[in-house]
Design a protein around this ligand. Structure first.
Ligand code: MIC
Ligand code: SF4
Length: 641
């Protein structure tokens, strides 16, 4: 039987385990990336491992999230990241150099290599034929130290594209369409491979838009073959020698196959507050728009920006609309400036923001109260924009610009004039925004600011635990609910005690105080608990507040790994109906934890009523040992692999 492309890359990097779906595999990791919001924690963890230099082929530390410097905190963190990277052999992409995924695609991605990044959109690299995963910071730290990355061997899904994209229908619309079909949990436990005749015309940045938003499907990762388009992109970046052709075997088997007919596809839009709340743009044409944002790691390539500039050329945006443009990298910005397209953008009345995540993570540019904001981004979770009642819609750059021009949600196919633009065959290569590390054996000093607080310590599990249900929440809880981001809180990503004041703020502002008072705590969740970001803070902060166990109907992949790494026991309801009667405030007892973990089921008893239910504990032996040790850091320190 033939292999899929993902199976081929996995088997070439297999350190341990067998490749049967559902069993655990350990992979050798060639490259890592971190960004600043998760990176400080990852390097603090790396430092505690006592390894003198990273052992990957390439590791890059980016600064792109916390670029507003409203006090000393972010600037101190940037300085910490720059000095720690220099000392341990990591390249440092300076603030302003661009969004990690965009820069990594342009300058460092290599087909067939493995990459993990402390950011859930790391699968962007799949657009280049890389096997790229989002992971918690601690997993990235371990990989930097040469350790393997453990995942559950995924199932294989295939999406076949047939036909070709019609005018002003884009790769973003393909992403939104697959979210409409599969939902935000439809990709859980699977790698999504893209193929079919329709991919031949998709450029690498367009493919990267699609693999980027595979994160919103909950997929383990997404990947395109490495073909003529890949070669062309790498050559344009002056990296033609990194090209290798890669594809699946023709007789490879998939667990699910879906076909999307591009000839039929329309511009799509995700309505508030979930990326899978998707309808055709044409159905919303009377909705008035207050704000439009173009950028983010999903849609900030040169190709996207040239199209945007061409659509804006000679026009002005509607008076009621505020339009922001954030180019994905310094390369994109500088090439826009060189060819004059930047002027077309500015003359339209748009506001130019830094080459960074910016509004996507609530770092400025929050919409007005109740404002309708159209964004080319990948997430529209409640409150993420920084405005609690903001109405955020996700769209393509074409729909974004068409709507900015009219002031209403507008199907870009109705914009009359034909726009033309040309992506140059050669890109402007200037890597001066990436600093090389100091030579091996250096005695570089690592500079830490007062905002960096000690890493919280988790407790090993005893055999018996009684704890209170400190919070009960519903389905699809995101990491933005658990540990919000935004300009006010993000600067404290290396200060867990301060961050803890905001934990679950969107669901229940009383949560932090209640959890602290309870001592040992339990959180009850619905399906797909922890979807969204890779931020390990969504596990570390609850751990700091005393949460020992999360019982949910199901979990998102990266979050469940982060819970285990932080020493929090994740359990799923054996009978989902038990979710209905367990109540916030109740005390639950877990007996014989060690033996029950090993047999995969824990009996949990409600103290007051004496009623019991079963929690499934689907953990490998290694994961059990991590929990018994009180988290991955303790486990690694004790010599665990
Ligand atoms: C996001 O898009 O939510 C983030 C911010 O990039 C996160 C990482 C973080 O929380 O720092 C992600 O997607 O992993
Ligand atoms: Fe940055 Fe937004 Fe991409 Fe996250 S999703 S990496 S915040 S641009």
């Amino acid at each position: 039987m033939g292999k899929t492309l993902a199976q081929k890359i996995i088997s070439a990097h297999l350190v341990d385990g067998d490749m049967t779906p559902g069993s655990q595999v350990a992979l050798r990791i060639d490259q890592t990336l971190t960004q600043d919001a998760t990176g400080t924690m990852a390097y603090l963890e790396f430092e505690t491992m006592g390894i003198p230099r990273v052992r990957t082929e390439l590791s890059v530390a980016y600064v792109d999230h916390n670029t507003l410097q409203c006090g000393f905190e972010n600037a101190d963190d940037h300085r910490y990241l720059q000095t720690v990277a220099a000392k341990y052999g990591v390249r440092f992409s300076r603030p302003g150099n661009g969004i990690c995924h965009q820069v990594h695609l342009e300058r460092f991605g290599i087909p067939g290599k493995t990459l993990i990044g402390s950011d859930s959109h790391t699968p962007t690299g799949g657009g280049l034929g890389m096997l790229a995963f989002g992971a918690g910071g601690l997993d990235v730290a371990v990989a930097m130290g040469g350790g393997a990355y453990y995942i559950t061997m995924p199932k294989m899904y295939k999406v076949n594209l047939v036909g070709s994209l019609q005018k002003n229908v884009t790769a973003k619309d393909i992403s939104l369409e697959i979210l409409r079909i599969l939902s935000v949990k439809g990709g859980v436990g699977a790698i999504i491979e893209w193929g079919g005749e329709g991919i031949a015309n998709l450029t690498v940045p367009q493919r990267a838009t699609i693999t980027n938003m595979g994160a919103e499907l909950g997929a383990t990762t997404s990947i395109f073959p490495s073909d003529g388009q890949t070669k062309k992109f790498l050559e344009a970046q002056g990296r033609g020698n990194a090209f290798v052709p890669l594809e699946s075997d023709p007789d490879a088997l998939y667990d699910l196959e879906i076909t999307i007919d591009l000839d039929e596809l329309k511009p799509m839009i995700a309505c508030p507050h979930s990326p899978d709340n998707v309808v055709a743009v044409e159905t919303l044409s009377d909705v008035k728009v207050d704000q439009v944002c173009v950028g983010s790691c999903t849609n900030s390539s040169l190709q996207d920006m040239l199209k945007v500039a061409a659509m804006l050329k000679g026009r002005t945006i509607a008076p009621g609309v505020s339009l922001s443009i954030s180019p994905g990298s310094r390369q994109v910005l500088s090439m826009l400036a060189d060819c004059g397209a930047l002027n077309d953008i500015l003359a339209s009345g748009a506001r130019l923001l830094e080459c960074a995540c910016g509004p996507c993570i609530g770092m400025g540019f929050s919409p007005n109260s109740g404002g309708v904001s159209l964004r080319t981004f990948n997430r529209n979770f409640l409150g993420r924009s920084g405005t609690r009642d903001g109405q955020v819609y996700l769209v393509s750059p074409e729909t974004a610009v068409a709507s900015a021009l009219t002031g209403f949600i507008t199907d870009p196919r109705t914009v009359e004039a034909d726009v033309t633009y040309q992506v140059p065959a050669q890109f402007k290569v200037d890597d001066s925004g990436v600093l090389m590390p100091l030579p091996e054996g250096n005695d570089g000093e690592v500079l830490r600011g007062p905002n960096i607080k000690e890493f919280p310590k988790s407790k090993p599990f005893a055999d018996h635990l009684t704890a209170e249900i400190v919070l009960k929440v519903g389905d699809n809880i995101t990491t933005d609910h658990i540990m919000p981001a935004g300009a006010k809180i993000l600067p404290y990503r290396s200060n867990i005690p301060y961050l803890s004041n905001f934990c679950f703020e969107v669901c229940d502002p009383e949560f932090p105080a209640r959890a602290k008072q309870a001592g040992d705590g339990i959180v009850i969740g619905g399906t797909n608990y922890g979807q969204g970001s890779s931020r390990e803070h969504a596990a570390l902060v609850p751990m700091y507040l005393g949460v020992r166990v999360v019982i949910a109907k199901s979990f998102a992949r990266i979050h469940v790994a982060n819970l285990i790494n932080a020493g929090i026991l994740p359990l799923t309801f054996k009978n989902p109906a038990d979710y209905d009667w367990v109540a916030q405030g109740a005390k639950l007892t877990f007996a014989d934890i060690r033996a029950s973990m090993a047999c995969g089921e824990l009996v949990i008893t409600d103290e007051e009523s004496g009623r019991s239910f079963v929690g499934i504990c689907d953990l490998t032996e290694r994961q059990q040992n991590i929990l018994l040790a009180g988290g991955l850091l303790n486990y690694t320190k004790n010599g665990g692999q």
